[in-house]
Design a protein around this ligand. Structure first.
Ligand code: GRF
Length: 197
């Protein structure tokens, strides 16, 4: 069965993208990463992808007059690559309802909280400030509602006495790297089943 052609969208460090790339190398993994796209030319993750021989592209949102033009360029790139599944991994642009509708059930994101808690930014700060005793991360489908699509997988970590934003973020990140590849596998397998019927 052919592997699901996947693009990973990043804006920075790209550690989740790296975890996805590594996982997709396993024999029999149902997705392959054929393109890494960054909206920022200086995203650190681009170097890793290039070094791994994965095609990259920079689609710099600041070079476009607005979101529609940026998304049109993104869509053209995805279509030219024959992409079937999109994984957002630290991609810091909000996508329009028109774009997310086009990719319905074929676009995923990882968010560093136990959604629906702490949608949006600064999740670790807010969990600590709110006195949370448990925190974590969620892989979910992307819809028009920010951090609001259906959950695919979640992982929970404890918030420990003396935690700082950094120690908590690191504990959550370890779980991100564990569940995102699993979630990608789940969704890719579903898509394979769909295309084979
Ligand atoms: C991760 O914490 C992810 O959950 C959030 O942004 C961060 C990206 O980190 N959406 P990286 O670029 O994958 O290292």
């Amino acid at each position: 069965m052919s592997r699901i052609r996947t693009a990973v969208l990043i804006s920075g460090r790209g550690s989740n993208m790296m975890a996805l790339v590594e996982a997709t190398r396993a024999p029999g993994f149902p997705a392959e990463i054929v393109r890494v796209i960054s909206n920022r030319p200086d995203a650190k993750g681009l170097g890793f992808a290039e070094a791994q021989g994965i095609a990259t592209a920079v689609i710099d949102h600041t070079a476009f007059p607005g979101r529609d033009a940026f998304e049109a360029a993104l869509q053209s790139r995805l279509e030219a690559d024959g992409i079937e599944l999109v994984a957002l991994a630290g991609f810091m642009r909000v996508l329009s309802p028109a774009f997310t509708a086009k990719w319905r059930d074929r676009i995923l994101n990882i968010h560093p909280s136990l959604l629906p808690a702490y949608k949006g930014l600064h999740t670790h700060e807010r969990a600590l400030a709110g006195g949370a005793t448990r925190h974590g991360c969620t892989v979910h489908y992307v819809t028009a509602e920010l951090d609001g699509g259906a959950t695919i997988l979640q992982a929970e970590v404890p918030v420990l006495a003396g935690d700082t934003v950094e120690t908590l973020a690191a504990r959550v990140l370890t779980e991100e790297h564990r569940i995102y590849p699993r979630a990608l596998g789940i969704v890719a397998r579903k898509l394979q089943a769909k295309t084979s019927t």
